[in-house]
Design a protein around this ligand. Structure first.
Ligand SMILES: Cc1cc2nc3c(=O)[nH]c(=O)nc-3n(C[C@H](O)[C@H](O)[C@H](O)COP(=O)(O)O)c2cc1C
Length: 183
């Protein structure tokens, strides 16, 4: 059966990223979709002796574990905020660790930020190309507006906050599922 991972691409304790990623998974409403949380993966900064593109075997247990997890999926939807004009370092680190496990698999994204994470999205597109992930044409960009936040910093109601972007999110996940099933 096709397996797609939606990946929470931020890891700080006070993040909204996990809430948004869970919402993306709920909107996708597809049994093929599972959630990976980079905070739980807790990878150290990249420390393999060789480039993942070299074909040399991975040395570290954390790399082998991460590689085995990603190899098991047929496609990915990365969910990430914009940090200083790009995506979070934790996401870059997680991608840098591997190559054959990403290669030629379909990918889309859901970016978010006060400008809908558009600069992070552009940077992510370049990253995806470098590891030969195949970016689909359907992507989503969520705009954070002050009025969508609850007093505790969470999103009050993601269904309301992102009502106008829900269709794009459905299409982003759907495009990855469809491409994964076709290959
Ligand atoms: C270090 C840092 C840098 C940020 N830079 C940007 C930015 O360049 N553009 C933007 O729209 N929002 C920026 N923000 C605001 C984030 O989009 C917002 O805090 C969001 O909730 C972060 O996602 P997270 O809660 O999942 O970590 C930044 C936030 C942080 C913590």
């Amino acid at each position: 059966m096709t397996k797609i991972a939606v990946i929470a691409g931020s890891s700080r304790g006070a993040r909204i990223g996990l809430q948004i990623t869970e919402w993306v998974k709920a909107v996708a409403n597809n049994p093929a979709v599972e959630l990976i949380d980079l905070a739980e993966e807790n990878l150290p900064f990249f420390d393999e002796p060789a480039s993942p593109k070299s074909g040399n075997p991975y040395q570290h247990n954390h790399t082998k574990r991460w590689a085995a997890k990603i190899a098991d999926y047929d496609g990915f939807v990365f969910v990430f905020p914009e940090y200083n004009g790009s995506y979070p370092a934790v996401l870059k680190n997680a991608v840098d660790y591997l190559y054959p496990e990403w290669k030629n698999k379909p990918v889309s994204y859901v970016s978010y930020g006060f400008g809908a994470g558009k600069r992070a999205a552009a940077a992510f597109s370049a990253l995806a190309e470098n590891v030969d992930l195949q970016l689909t044409e359907q992507v989503a960009n969520l705009t954070l507006r002050p009025e969508i936040f609850a007093a505790d910093g969470s999103i009050q109601d993601p269904d309301v906050a992102f009502a106008s972007e829900a269709e794009a999110v459905t299409n982003a996940v759907g495009s990855v599922v469809a491409k994964a099933q076709a290959s």
